[in-house]
Design a protein around this ligand. Structure first.
Ligand SMILES: [Fe+2]
Length: 170
């Protein structure tokens, strides 16, 4: 018997409230998580680990089912759900835990999500005309989406130089 355990301690301790809210991740979510871990490893010059995480990201990404019933309304619903309940809940837990790193990442993420909502709202009004004669870029660090031809010098959300932006589509 491991040190510190008594014969009567067979029942598992009750999970904290936050753990009862956990749900399994989808393959796409695990893929995104692995991709983010790979970027973190790159920043720390751990190329071998970064490559391993990218391999995992690709593997999980290939296992996600193809969404056939996607719609603009569903996307907007998910964005609104994140803003209305997701961010407040996760921010509360991060504050409670005193996790400054998580709070900083959440601040970026919430800003980016609000910008996405603004772009979606604009797209709903303007349609494809919004994307005519313009480019779309994504900040590979924070996810900020820029629609336009003249990139800002630095990302307005996370402040990385614009060479970290990736052009999307044609
Ligand atoms: Fe950024």
């Amino acid at each position: 018997m491991p040190e510190g355990q008594s014969a009567g301690s067979t029942a598992a301790p009750a999970a904290p409230a936050a753990e009862t809210d956990l749900k399994p991740l989808t393959a796409a979510e695990v893929s995104a998580l692995c991709s983010n871990l790979a970027k973190g490893c790159e920043k720390q010059y751990r190329a071998e680990l970064a490559e391993a995480f990218m391999g995992l990201a690709a593997w999980f990404g290939g296992r996600e089912r193809t969404v056939t019933d996607a719609s603009f309304e569903q996307l907007l619903e998910r964005v609104n759900a994140d803003l209305d309940s997701g961010f407040p809940a996760v921010n509360a837990v991060s504050r409670q835990e005193g996790d400054r790193g998580a709070l900083r990442a959440l601040a970026w993420s919430e800003k980016v999500t609000r910008i996405l909502k603004s772009l979606l709202t604009r797209y709903a009004q303007e349609g494809e005309a919004m994307l005519a004669d313009t480019q779309v870029y994504v900040c590979t660090i924070c996810g900020f989406v820029y629609v336009g031809n003249d990139l800002p010098e630095v990302c307005p959300v996370c402040k990385v130089p614009n060479f970290k932006f990736e052009k999307i589509g044609g």
